[in-house]
Design a binder for this molecule. Structure first.
Ligand code: ADP
Ligand code: MG
Length: 239
């Protein structure tokens, strides 16, 4: 719990900072992109340069958007959803990327999983971030296992395990901190976003890892109660 609380304080701080700058960055980006597209139509011989310019712009856009996830609390509709269906959707989205790396994603989802009151797109975002990390950590030919089931009458769990590189013990406390990344093209924002979204669902997320063996992410989420209808909830969300 202490770590979770520390994380949420950091999130609040980063959020305030990000809210101030992210919007200011996004607007000029959009007009720069428009002008570049215009120019590229007139200067056909410089296509490669324009392609690079646009892809670098997209990257700035991507980082700013990830930032906005934690920066801007928006109203999201929470509805009872079948988590297994969300997991299958995400599996479908990432299948190609896994196949290209010869990684098998095994889905061990429980039948008759109780519904969870949640923001569907927000949880999708969490599972995408986590399975992407698992793919990126796993060498050619590895395996990712996604499991779901009951913890008790009040909670379900989702477990994402990989046979990837694992995380050294001394780096475990850094996970979820903004910009902590070991990847050349990483943002170090993915896990922070996951913590933030899971927390807004009154859930918990834990990371277990052994260097050279693999990593397991365990998420617990409260199941929806029978009288719980759809409701609007302030959540740090993707815009
Ligand atoms: P990014 O993926 O952009 O680096 P994340 O917040 O998603 O940012 O992850 C932060 C860091 O945590 C990664 O750079 C990586 O070192 C480590 N990490 C996250 N997930 C895994 C995993 N499944 N296996 C090994 N390392 C991981
Ligand atoms: Mg990531």
């Amino acid at each position: 719990t202490v770590a979770l609380i520390q994380n949420s304080e950091k999130l609040a701080l980063v959020g305030q900072m990000a809210a101030g700058i992210a919007h200011e960055i996004r607007n000029p980006l959009t007009s720069i992109k428009g002008f570049i597209q215009l120019l590229s139509k007139e200067m056909k011989e410089k296509q490669e340069i324009f392609r690079l310019l646009l892809s670098e712009l997209d990257r700035i856009n991507f980082v700013v958007n990830e930032f906005l996830v934690v920066a801007k609390p928006t109203a999201v509709e929470f509805k009872p959803h079948d988590i297994n269906k969300i997991l299958l959707d995400v599996n479908y989205l990432l299948e190609t990327q896994a196949i290209m790396n010869n990684i098998e994603i095994q889905m061990n989802t429980a039948s008759h999983l109780p519904l969870v009151n949640c923001g569907e797109n927000q949880l999708k975002q969490v599972f995408i971030n986590l399975i992407k990390n698992a793919i990126e950590a796993t060498a050619f030919g590895g395996k990712i296992t996604v499991t779901s089931g009951d913890v008790n009458d009040e909670e379900i769990y989702i477990k994402i395990s990989d046979t990837g590189c694992g995380i050294p013990k001394d780096r475990l406390p850094n996970l979820g901190q903004p910009f902590h990344t070991t990847k050349e093209k990483g943002t170090g924002l993915g896990l922070m976003v996951c913590y933030s979204i899971i927390e807004s669902h009154q859930g918990t997320m834990k990371i277990e890892s052994q260097e050279g063996v693999g990593t397991t992410i365990i998420i617990h989420l409260p199941v929806s109660t029978p009288n719980q209808t759809s409701q609007m909830q302030a959540i740090k969300s993707i815009v």
